[in-house]
Design a protein around this ligand. Structure first.
Ligand SMILES: Nc1ncnc2c1ncn2[C@@H]1O[C@H](COP(=O)(O)OP(=O)(O)OP(=O)(O)O)[C@@H](O)[C@H]1O
Ligand SMILES: [Mg+2]
Length: 365
């Protein structure tokens, strides 16, 4: 049975980029009569922005407001974003205002945080004064309809034109995978599926699961707390273990990590727990992919199954492409590949959509 599987690891350089968010200079001076096109991938864990002036940035999707007057004296009025917010978390009311990739509640503070986050992302690409801004924002597929309005309100203050698209559609567009392809974007809050068959995808072509990277972290934490009751693990530490060592195939490897027990760094074997937690997202991915493919035109199902593309940070889990391919192989020929740059491909696709989508898809303010 034909099956290809391409795994290309991307170096995300998380800390370095987050600290120097001002990396990248405009490649060319914006022409005053041309709009500045901006592509944004609004994520639960990380938000990414790229623009037609060559700017490219990403931040962790944290927003923090100083807790009291001492915090304000220390940090100013705020809000603080990304890594800077994380670093100063003890002085801040810190939140990830995008839960499952969307505005997760309608409290005034959350809406304010989302608005501030979007405006911070826009500022990162250094638009010129008076420049016309056309912004395409990718959000998780299933949440598109219910959250368009909230995001629109957040953007209206700054943008001249806005387009909100589903995240995996942006990925597909950026990759040129427009026909007979299935994109699976494995994020922190959601896993988003988008079936491409040569037209703009409809809601029927898209699915969203809420068991994604964050759920793996929580499961791994619970498993390790049970196995090592004397060790106290933080969720951040657990996420690091997963990002450094995550894998899904039992190939005899062992994963040993260091964590403090009574103040002394001690080796912990986390092999089985890590594999189990990472594997926990596979049944949902396989079942949903099989279901979406089964609903597509029977004449093209083999082609779609042979063109499955994994995106998002979760696509970096070692062996996940092969495991998804194995899970779907009973249905016929299958080929699964991973995008080369899971961090930027959603925002890059959104930028390409911003440059190329016809006028009727834009909302003007
Ligand atoms: N090397 C890695 N191995 C395993 N998982 C990783 C790796 N790098 C990042 N991740 C995980 O990928 C997830 C973040 O991916 P991504 O940036 O695509 O999510 P997001 O866009 O913020 O979330 P969402 O799309 O759900 O809103 C996190 O759970 C993170 O821990
Ligand atoms: Mg995402």
């Amino acid at each position: 049975m034909p099956r290809t599987s391409v795994k290309k690891k991307s170096s995300t350089k998380k800390r370095a980029v987050a600290r120097s968010a001002k990396q990248g200079k405009p490649l060319k001076a914006p022409e005053s009569d041309k709009p500045l096109y901006i592509g944004i991938d609004l994520g639960t864990a990380r938000s990414v922005v790229v623009a037609s002036n060559g700017q490219r940035h990403w931040i962790e999707s944290y927003v923090g407001y100083p807790k009291d007057f001492v915090a304000r004296k220390l940090l100013g009025e705020g809000p603080l974003f990304g890594y800077e917010a994380l670093e100063n978390r003890l002085s801040l009311d810190l939140s990830r205002p995008l839960a499952q990739g969307v505005v997760h509640s309608s409290t005034a503070r959350d809406e304010q945080s989302v608005q501030a986050l979007i405006q911070f992302l826009i500022d990162l690409v250094e638009p010129r004064k008076g420049e016309v801004l056309q912004i395409a924002i990718g959000v998780p597929a299933a949440a598109l309809r219910s959250n368009k309005l909230a995001i629109r309100e957040a953007v209206a203050a700054r943008a001249d034109k806005l387009m909100v698209v589903s995240e995996p559609f942006a990925v597909a567009y950026g990759l040129g995978a427009l026909n007979n392809a299935l994109i699976i974007d494995i994020g922190a809050g959601t896993i988003d599926f988008c079936l491409m068959h040569g037209t703009v995808p409809t809601e029927d072509d898209q699915r969203s699961l809420t068991t994604a990277g964050d759920a793996i972290d929580h499961q791994l934490l619970a498993l390790l707390e049970e196995k090592y009751p004397k060790t106290s693990f933080s969720l951040e530490q657990i996420r690091e273990f997963k990002e450094q060592h995550g894998f899904v195939r039992n190939d005899g490897r062992s994963v040993i990590v260091e964590a403090p027990v009574n103040g002394r760094m001690t080796a912990h074997d986390i092999t089985q727990e890590l594999m189990r937690a990472c594997r926990s997202i596979l049944p949902g991915i396989i079942e949903t992919a099989a279901d979406l493919i089964a609903r597509s035109d029977p004449d093209f199902q083999d082609q779609v199954r042979s063109n499955i593309i994994l995106a998002g940070g979760g696509s970096l889990i070692d062996g996940i492409d092969e495991a998804v391919a194995d899970g779907l192989s009973e249905y016929g020929p299958v080929a699964v590949s991973c995008v080369e740059d899971p961090l930027f491909c959603g925002a890059d696709g959104a930028l390409q959509l911003a440059r190329e989508m016809p006028e009727e898809y834009w909302q003007a303010f």
